[in-house]
Design a protein around this ligand. Structure first.
Ligand code: C2E
Ligand code: CA
Ligand code: CA
Ligand code: CA
Length: 279
């Protein structure tokens, strides 16, 4: 058992020890990766549901470590969150994304948007707005080409501060999306108060849409509710034509999933866009 407090020894079980060891190892390697340009961004296309036309992409962090191999975001993001490393890491993601938007503008890809994931810490840290202003000035891009995704859980932590910050971000012209909708502590009343553009329906609801009537009903109801509040809906994790068909029939707005494209390196994404445009 672990006992805390002054003058007490702390005893760790082997399981805790292993977890602590894993945490320290990852944290250590991540600092090194941050200093040595060891992180990469992959892009996953987002398409218009009705047509399948690509309208932008979500930015997803990737990490390949020489000793550990590729490490899944599910494994390293929580450690980065807990240790505070997510702040410099998230900042790198934002800066690189803005730079990419600027490059695309020069290459005639200026109509595409990019969506980035913001961690709870980044969102509530107080530095976000100033940093975004700085990056906008530096890269001179249209802010509506950047979408900021925050999870429902992060948004609901302190709804009143969320409401204020979202209003300020909206006033700057950024797009705002609520991520993983339906997985957290959702309050539809708050949705109405938040100045957001879109909600992203979590893959968990989309997965069994064809076989599970509850999921099908939840998705259909969420789409009509969102529309009645003036919000667009993005469905995550679309893998089959049947799922696409269902979402189209229910008038969802956009989609993301392996059916359309897997997350891919930036260079490959550019090729993907160019090939598609010629079809
Ligand atoms: P998320 O924001 O919900 O991102 C979508 C995840 O679903 C991605 O996993 C993507 O690869 C996966 N996905 C997309 N389409 C499909 C599909 O059709 N089928 C299946 N099975 N999966 C699909 P990924 O890249 O492993 O990222 C996992 C999570 O890590 C993300 O979930 C997000 O919460 C977090 N994350 C990734 N990059 C960042 C980042 O730059 N900053 C922060 N704070 N979190 C990030
Ligand atoms: Ca996301
Ligand atoms: Ca999501
Ligand atoms: Ca998720």
């Amino acid at each position: 058992a672990k006992r805390e407090g002054r003058g007490n020894f702390q005893f760790f079980s082997p399981a805790m020890n292993a977890a602590t060891h894993e945490h320290l190892l990852l944290e250590n390697r991540m600092w090194t990766a941050l200093e040595n340009n060891g992180f990469d961004l992959h892009l996953q296309a987002q398409v218009q549901l009705a047509t399948g036309r690509v309208i932008g992409a979500e930015v997803l962090l990737r990490w390949y470590d020489e000793e550990l191999g590729s490490v899944e975001p599910q494994r390293f993001i929580p450690v980065a969150e807990e240790s505070g490393l997510i702040l410099p890491l998230g900042d790198w993601v934002l800066a690189r994304t803005m730079q990419l938007l600027a490059e695309w503008q020069d290459e005639g890809l200026g109509a595409l948007r990019l969506a980035v994931n913001l961690s709870a810490r980044q969102f509530s840290g107080g530095a976000l707005l100033g940093r975004l202003d700085q990056l906008l000035q530096q890269h001179r891009i249209d802010p509506s080409r950047l979408e900021l995704e925050i999870t429902e859980t992060a948004a609901m932590r302190d709804p009143e501060s969320t409401r204020l910050l979202l209003r300020q971000l909206r006033a700057r012209g950024f797009r705002l999306a609520i991520d993983d909708f339906g997985t957290g502590y959702s309050s539809l009343a708050y949705l109405k108060l938040f100045a957001i553009d879109r909600i992203k329906i979590d893959r968990g609801f989309v997965k069994d849409i064809e076989t599970n009537p509850n999921d099908a009903n939840i998705v259909a109801a969420t789409i009509s509710l969102a529309h009645s509040l003036g919000l667009a809906v993005v469905a995550e994790g679309v893998e089959t034509h049947a799922q696409w068909g269902f979402l189209r029939e229910k008038r969802g707005d956009e989609a993301q999933g392996f059916l359309f494209a897997r997350p891919m390196p930036e260079a490959q994404f550019r090729d993907f866009i160019r090939e598609r445009a010629q079809v």
